[in-house]
Design a protein around this ligand. Structure first.
Ligand code: MRU
Length: 365
C-alpha cells in the first residue's frame, strides 16, 4: 500500500544477508520509521512490544524470526528455542503458532546446512500467501459491498471497523479493510467509521493513518459512539478482523468488538469478520471459554501516548493514581452474532458447517 506515494509492505527481507525490515508501528502515525531485525530476539521483542502487531503480521514475523535464528545456529536446539521464544510473545493470535509450526515442518527434516535458506524461502512464501489471501478477501468482500451499495441506490456505503485490520496488521491490503480498498479502487463510494480502539488506539493511530495515506474517506469515533451510530442508521455494515476464530465461527478480536456485534445485531446491521485460514483454530469449538485472552499492562490504560503541541511524542497519565486497572486485550464475539466470515476462499456462514464447506481439508471433527 502507499505511504507518501511510495509502495510499502509491513515486512520484507532487507538485504541478501537475511536481515529483516519492518515498519515501527509504535511510532505511527506521528513518525514513519523502519526497524531492522537481525536476531530471533529482535523479532520476539518486535512482536511483544507491538512494533509489529495484527495477527497475520505477527505470524509472518514469527516465520522470519525462525529464519533469523537458523541463520545464526541451524541446529535442532536453536530451532526449538526460537519457536519457544516466539510463541511465548503473545497468546491470542493463533497465526503465530500456525506460522511457527509451518516453519518447523519445513526445516526439521533437513540437514543443518540447508535449513537457513529453506527457512527464508518458507517465510517469504508465507508472506506472499498472506498478500494473496488478503487480496482475495478484498475481492469477496467487494461483492458484499456492491450488493449493499446497490440496495442503497448507489449512495455511499458506511463501514464501521474496530482496531486495525488493514495492511498494517498484515503484509499488504489487510483483512477487514481489504474489501474497503477493493471498493475504493473499483470506484465504489465507501466511507469508514473508525473506532479509536482504546487503550492502544490502533484505530485512531493506525487505521486512520493507512486510510488517509491511501485516500479513503474516514471518520474517527470514540469507542462508545458506535452503538449510537448503528441505532441512527448511519452504519451499513460492520467489518472487523480476527486474531483467532474457532472451528465453530466464534471470533476473537480486539477488546470492544463484541459490544459492536451486539449493537449491530440489535439494529439489524450485518456484522462480518474478515480473516485468512491461518487465523482459524481448528482445535477450538467454544471461543468464549477456550481462546486465551491476553492480559496486557495496566499502563496502557492508565497512560496515553500522543504528540504534544511542541511536536514531541509524550505519555500522559489519564487515570486516578492508585486505581486498580484491568486490561484484557481481546474479546470473543459468538458465531450467532456474526453474519458471515469473509475468507480468501469466499464468504462462509459463521458455523462449523460453513467453515468446513470452505476448508474441508482442515476440519478435524
Ligand atoms: O493487539 P493487536 O493490535 O495485535 O490486535 C490486532 C487486532 O485485534 C486486529 O483486529 C486483528 O489482528 C485482525 S488483524 C488483520
Amino acid at each position: 500500500m502507499r505511504v507518501n506515494g511510495q509502495s510499502f509492505r509491513t515486512i520484507w527481507q532487507a538485504d541478501a544477508s537475511g536481515d529483516v525490515a519492518v515498519i515501527d508501528q509504535t511510532l505511527l502515525p506521528f513518525a514513519f520509521e523502519v526497524r531492522t531485525l537481525r536476531h530471533v530476539e529482535d523479532a520476539a521483542t518486535a512482536i511483544r512490544d507491538m512494533v509489529v502487531r495484527g495477527a497475520p503480521l505477527i505470524g509472518v514475523t514469527t516465520a522470519y524470526g525462525v529464519a533469523l535464528a537458523l541463520r545464526e545456529h541451524p541446529g535442532n536446539d536453536s530451532l526449538a528455542a526460537a519457536i519457544e521464544t516466539l510463541v511465548a510473545t503473545r497468546p491470542t493470535a493463533v497465526n503465530l503458532r500456525w506460522a511457527a509450526e509451518r516453519m518447523r515442518h519445513a526445516v526439521a527434516a533437513l540437514p543443518p546446512a540447508e535449513r537457513a535458506a529453506r527457512a527464508y524461502a518458507e517465510a517469504t512464501a508465507i508472506a506472499e500467501e498472506d498478500v494473496a489471501s488478503c487480496a482475495a478477501i478484498g475481492r469477496h468482500g467487494l461483492v458484499l459491498l456492491r450488493e449493499l451499495a446497490h440496495g442503497k441506490g448507489g449512495e455511499h456505503i458506511n463501514v464501521l471497523t474496530h482496531c486495525n485490520a488493514g495492511w498494517l496488521a498484515c503484509v499488504d491490503w489487510g483483512t477487514a479493510l481489504a474489501p474497503v480498498y477493493a471498493a475504493h479502487e473499483a470506484g465504489l463510494a465507501v466511507h469508514v467509521y473508525v473506532d479509536e480502539t482504546r487503550p492502544r488506539s490502533q484505530g485512531a493511530f493506525l487505521t486512520a493513518f493507512e486510510l488517509g495515506a491511501h485516500g479513503v474517506p474516514y471518520t474517527v469515533i470514540a469507542d462508545n459512539a458506535g452503538g449510537h451510530l448503528l441505532q441512527q442508521g448511519e452504519i451499513d455494515v460492520c467489518i472487523v478482523g480476527s486474531d483467532r476464530t474457532t472451528a465453530t465461527g466464534d471470533v476473537a478480536n480486539k477488546i470492544g468488538t463484541y459490544l459492536k456485534a451486539l449493537a449491530a445485531r440489535d439494529n439489524g446491521v450485518p456484522f462480518y469478520a474478515a480473516l485468512p485460514f491461518s487465523t482459524i483454530d481448528w482445535t477450538l469449538g467454544d471461543g468464549a471459554h477456550q481462546v486465551p485472552i491476553e492480559e496486557r499492562s495496566a499502563r496502557e490504560v492508565t497512560h496515553m501516548r500522543g504528540r504534544a503541541s511542541g511536536g514531541s511524542l509524550e505519555e500522559v497519565e489519564v487515570v486516578a493514581p492508585g486505581s486498580h486497572v484491568r486490561n484484557p486485550g481481546f474479546d470473543v464475539t459468538p458465531a450467532r452474532l456474526v453474519t458471515g466470515i469473509i475468507t480468501e476462499r469466499g464468504v462462509a456462514t459463521a458455523s462449523r458447517a460453513g467453515l468446513a464447506a470452505l476448508y474441508s481439508e482442515h476440519e478435524r471433527h
